[in-house]
Design a binder for this molecule. Structure first.
Ligand code: MG
Ligand code: MG
Ligand code: MG
Length: 342
């Protein structure tokens, strides 16, 4: 961990202690102490971008005088654990409830993907790169939503805007997230800003070979060995409401689709179970291959005609090959939203 980042966390901790000390003993409760610090948190089933953007934004805001801690809505994924260990950062604490908390949301703005009791918290900021969701606030907020490849790209832009330097360690972790979210710049969500940001983060961290770092991240991300099918299905899973219907979309990114062959039957069984458990109208699982740059879409749904409406091609049974499709937010969600709205 760098000195500046440690200092940020220390200041944040001191400020929390300070406001705790100023509270009369009778009123001193855990909730009051928690309320003085703001939590920066990404979406449910957190990916590397959710975690790294929360870490970066918490550091930036703390150094701007708003004491923040990064948090996560659940256990981190293997690629996240890898990046945090590589750059010496701690795994953020897990929070699942917004009640009485000050919050900054990263990498999402949908209530379905956010904390429980979101309306009982106070949202200070939203920093994201998805379509605008349905989160609303009572007070004015800071909002940065850019159509770029990763939320970390937006956070890097905020550091620039406020004239604050990105600490080493944080920069490396954010770079890993940028590479993970853009699928090594291959996703349709990738912009020139992402390339420029990656080069800047690499310069700060002293990384010469960005592609090599990206391959390291993907070797960890694409290694599914021994992971139960249910965990694979839920690792990068999101709930949506489309045309009033509940829709779930998961994604697994691999290097070579054949890696998934041993898992397909198990995944299919878990998809059927999950659809029934959650009362979904449709459940999709994107098997995205970074090598051939396309997605095999596995589907379980009530209205089979929807898929042809959405993607203009007939599924082969319970699957559909979508060449060039790699992004859930840009290539899949908008087409499905349109089809469900009709
Ligand atoms: Mg994400
Ligand atoms: Mg993201
Ligand atoms: Mg993703």
């Amino acid at each position: 961990m760098t000195i500046r980042f440690c200092l940020g966390l220390l200041l944040c901790g001191l400020s929390a202690l300070n406001s705790f000390a100023q509270t009369p003993p009778k009123a001193a409760s855990a909730t009051k102490a928690a309320a003085s610090v703001a939590y920066v948190v990404g979406h449910r089933n957190p990916d590397l971008d959710s975690i790294a953007s929360a870490i970066g934004l918490a550091d930036l805001m703390t150094r701007r005088g708003v004491p923040c801690v990064p948090a996560a809505q659940g256990k981190v994924t293997p690629d996240t654990a890898f990046a945090l260990a590589k750059f010496g950062l701690p795994v953020p604490e897990i929070i699942t409830d917004a009640t009485d908390r000050k919050l900054l949301l990263t990498d999402h703005s949908d209530t379905l993907q956010s904390l429980d009791n979101l309306a009982k918290g106070e949202i200070l900021a939203i920093v994201d790169h998805h379509k605008l969701g349905d989160v609303t606030t009572r007070s004015p907020l800071e909002m940065w939503v850019w159509p770029v490849g990763s939320t970390c790209t937006v956070v890097a832009g905020m550091y620039d805007f406020y004239g604050v330097g990105i600490p080493k360690g944080v920069a490396g972790t954010m770079l890993c997230a940028l590479l993970s979210d853009t699928l090594l710049f291959k996703s349709s969500t990738t912009t020139p800003t992402d390339h420029r940001t990656a080069e800047k983060l690499a310069r700060i961290e002293g990384i010469r070979d960005i592609q090599a770092l990206g391959m390291e991240v993907f070797r960890v991300k694409a290694n599914l060995a021994g992971t139960p099918a249910r965990e694979l299905l839920l690792r990068d899973y999101k709930d949506f409401t489309m045309g009033g219907k509940k829709v779930g979309i998961g994604q697994i990114e691999v290097m070579g689709l054949s890696t998934l062959d041993p898992y397909k039957a198990g995944l299919r069984a878990e998809m059927n179970l999950l659809k029934a458990e959650k009362g979904l109208s449709a459940l999709f699982l994107m098997l995205t291959d970074i090598l051939t740059e396309g997605t095999e879409l596995l589907l379980v749904l009530d209205d089979g005609a929807l898929v042809e409406k959405a993607f203009g091609r007939k599924p082969q049974g319970d699957r559909l090959w979508l060449p060039g499709v790699m992004s859930r937010k840009k290539d899949v969600v908008p087409s499905l939203e349109k089809a469900f709205a009709r």
